[in-house]
Design a protein around this ligand. Structure first.
Ligand code: DAH
Length: 326
């Protein structure tokens, strides 16, 4: 093997290499671990005599260093040339950007609208104490009304005794009353849980919006205005009509079912009523001095009506084709 020939050949090949691919071919041809010519030469070293090793060793090593350096330099040069030839007028690749989930949008819109009417936004725990989810809301143990809310109980141990995945956001009413002095008005959007089979209109977990307004003489008339105003803004429709149907919830008296006429159709939206004196007391508020309304709506239901979603299960499907439509 004539190392001088090898050097010449390699340098000629290098000069001809005009792309990164060709440069890589040259590198493999001479320095490649498997079939590189110089590599083969270096490998044959072990069979050489001491004299040969002494003669060729330094020359071969230098050749390898030179080639490596030369290849690096050519690579830099080629990179610069390639950048120089990029056509900046070619249309770019369209980047798919993420988007906010439709339920989050509804959540934000609801908060914005109530904010505009001076309502605060409150939160409460999803793993709730039995006393807030039921007892303080005038639903004592063994009360038949508990059957309206079949729930997930958490196994008793010393930290979780008597806790349930909250069946509604109503317990936040009491928590809020205990921490705030009236008058006040708040909403509490959040997740609730039910132990029931899921279908197109039911899920084991879903979202509600609780509302509470307490003052000296707050009545259902105030509620009617607030809720009509909310629907007008939420559905962007000034011709919205709202009606109440007498109903029963243990934590309000009287209790009503709220229907809204939207796009010519009456739809049931949720429950409401005047906060029961018992509940006010549980919240540390004197029912002889204060009164007010409460309501609870389904967040998914609002989204379903506004956006025509055919199945509640789609919200949590994680299917991009669903969320892309909004
Ligand atoms: N918590 C009730 C439910 O989940 C809804 C509800 C009805 C909430 C009447 C209220 C109310 O605040 O006044 O079924």
């Amino acid at each position: 093997m004539n190392l001088e020939n090898l050097r010449q050949k390699a340098y000629e090949d290098l000069k001809k290499a005009s792309s990164m691919e060709e440069l890589e071919e040259v590198r493999l041809k001479y320095l490649g671990r498997k079939q590189g010519e110089l590599t083969a030469f270096l490998r044959s070293f072990k069979d050489m005599s001491e004299d040969e090793k002494r003669e060729y060793g330094p020359i071969a090593q230098r050749l390898r260093n030179d080639l490596e350096q030369e290849i690096d330099e050519r690579e830099e040069l080629l990179k610069k040339q390639e950048i120089g030839t990029i056509d900046l007028s070619i249309p770019g690749v369209k980047i798919e950007s993420g988007r906010i989930h439709i339920l989050s949008k509804v959540y934000n819109d609801v908060c914005d609208i109530f904010h505009s009417m001076n309502f605060s936004v409150a939160e409460g725990p999803e793993l709730e104490e039995e006393k807030y989810n039921f007892d303080a809301l005038n639903i004592p143990a063994n009360h038949p009304a508990r059957e309206m809310w079949d729930t997930f109980w958490v196994k008793n141990d010393k930290n979780t005794e008597g806790r349930v995945m909250r069946t509604h956001t109503s317990p936040v009413q009491v928590r809020y009353m205990l921490e705030h002095k009236p008058p006040f008005q708040m909403i509490c959007p959040g997740r609730a849980y039910r132990y029931e089979a899921s279908d197109a209109t039911h899920e084991t977990d879903f979202n509600q919006i609780e509302g509470l307004m307490i003052g000296k003489d707050i009545s259902l008339a105030n509620f009617k205005f607030v809720i009509e105003e909310f629907f007008r803004q939420f559905f962007k429709d000034d011709k919205i009509e709202v009606k109440f149907r007498a109903s029963y919830f243990p934590f309000v008296e009287p209790g009503v079912e709220v229907d809204v006429k939207i796009w010519g159709k009456w739809l049931e939206i949720g429950g409401a009523g005047m906060v029961h004196p018992y509940v006010l007391k549980q919240g540390g508020i004197d029912p002889a001095k204060w009164q007010g309304f409460a309501f609870g709506f389904g967040m998914e239901r609002l989204a379903i009506i506004k956006y025509g979603v055919p199945d509640i299960r789609l919200f949590k499907s994680g299917d991009e084709r669903f969320n892309k439509q909004f």
